[in-house]
Design a protein around this ligand. Structure first.
Ligand code: PLP
Length: 395
């Protein structure tokens, strides 16, 4: 296959100018060219997040995928204080697992996968347990649900907690208002809706919050957020050797977004999602989520009874189309179709046509015991490390 169409929530088909930017120039990262490149990326990241008071924020770039930026935040921000992780899916669970490695006072409020977080439950928990830091994923990519930054932001503000948000899969596709929503730190990565190659991630934070990290003991040598801040602040540099070719590609991808306008890019991604969703609905496919809670970059679709996810993916792959397998609780039950990167309307039409062909061949030997996930009620369960404080498993 000489070209794959990546209908995945990252990696993405990159723009031609991103592809060529990666081989732009051989430079030494301790020279002024790199410093300019880093500051250019920082400025563009702050513009992408539509930060109004830019002088109050800084963005640092980490050579590592999105998980690296998340681990940098979780290992650097908490110190010996209490952190509450809010989770309604795989990526919330990963934040919790990462936090537990670095922070002994990690609490978890867990909500059912594919369902909105219950603000009353969070509020009640915050009344009972002093919490200093709250962490959550904005777009929970495992289901496609967009969690409310406004609601959690208001709760964090009311309780004086520092809010840390994983925006890995929402940045570039959805509005993230750090200023309005009281967000201290946000992470994202190069390879999702921003449209570049995998391998870089970044953390945007308030200067005042970055400054506070200085007094926390270092829990990681490489992913020490204060070190990244200090390095860009003092020298316009990264603490260690940066993946320079990826920086060139990221700079170009950010420029592509800013050239067409951030809201224009958001609208473009949303329109593609609508095209895909309308087309898939017409084929009789059903989605995990109601459209009003879905992120605009991804759709989670129940696999119809007469085919398996594995066989559907294989048949699409034969036509150069790549989709994602449902993760965790949706494994085997659903597949995911992304609509970011350089996918044209023609590509989307092609995908829908091939999908229709595959679904109309009723030759598969798939088992018919695929049970729907609707109606599942879990928890919330609250964990303080090994201790389960509240368990209302109402299944
Ligand atoms: C993709 C993703 C990550 C990071 O995953 P990597 O494999 O490190 O790129 C983190 N959080 C969310 C919500 C994601 O979608």
């Amino acid at each position: 296959m000489d070209k794959y169409l990546l209908f995945t929530p990252g990696p993405v088909n990159v723009a031609e100018n991103v592809r060529s930017a990666i081989g732009k120039k051989d430079i030494c990262h301790r020279e002024v060219e790199f410093e300019k490149l880093l500051l250019s990326i920082e400025g563009k990241v702050l513009s992408l997040f539509e930060i109004r008071q830019k002088s109050r924020y800084r963005a640092v770039v980490v050579s590592g995928s999105g998980t690296a930026a998340n681990e940098a935040m979780l290992s650097s921000v908490v110190g010996d204080k209490n952190i509450l992780v809010l989770s309604n899916g795989e990526f919330g669970e990963r934040l919790h697992a990462t936090s537990k490695i670095h922070n002994s006072n990690t609490f978890l409020l867990e909500f059912p996968w594919g369902e909105s977080m219950d603000m009353e439950a969070i509020d009640t928990f915050l009344q009972q347990q002093p919490i200093d830091v709250i962490a959550m994923a904005h777009h929970e990519t495992s289901s496609g649900i967009l969690n409310s930054l406004a609601d959690v932001g208001a709760l964090s503000k009311a309780n004086g907690a520092v809010l840390v948000v994983d925006c890995v899969s929402s940045a570039g596709a959805e509005t993230i208002d750090m200023e309005k929503n009281n967000i201290a730190f946000c992470s994202s990565s190069s390879s999702k809706a921003i449209g570049s190659y995998a391998g870089l991630s970044f953390v945007i934070g308030k200067r005042t919050e970055f400054e506070k990290l200085k007094s926390n003991p270092a829990k990681s040598a490489y992913l020490n957020l204060h070190k990244f801040y200090d390095s860009i602040n003092r020298h316009s540099q990264t603490p260690n050797t940066p993946a320079v070719p990826l920086f060139y590609a990221l700079e170009q991808a950010l420029e592509n977004i800013l050239d067409e306008g951030v809201s224009y890019r958001h609208a473009k991604i949303r329109r593609k999602a609508e095209l895909l969703r309308q087309g898939m609905s017409k084929l009789g496919l059903e989605f995990l989520l109601e459209s009003q809670v879905m992120c605009s970059m991804l759709t989670t679709v129940f696999v119809p009874p007469h085919i398996t996810v594995a066989s559907l993916r294989q048949k699409l792959r034969e036509h150069g189309i790549i989709i994602y397998e449902g993760k965790g609780r949706f494994s085997g039950k659903a597949f995911q179709v992304g609509n970011i990167g350089e996918l044209t309307d023609i590509d989307i039409q092609f995908f829908l046509t091939i999908l229709q062909d595959i679904l109309s061949q009723k030759t598969s030997t798939a088992p018919s015991n695929v049970t729907p996930i609707f109606g599942r009620t879990l928890c919330p369960v609250v964990h303080n490390d090994n201790e389960v404080l509240v368990t209302e498993d109402s299944r």
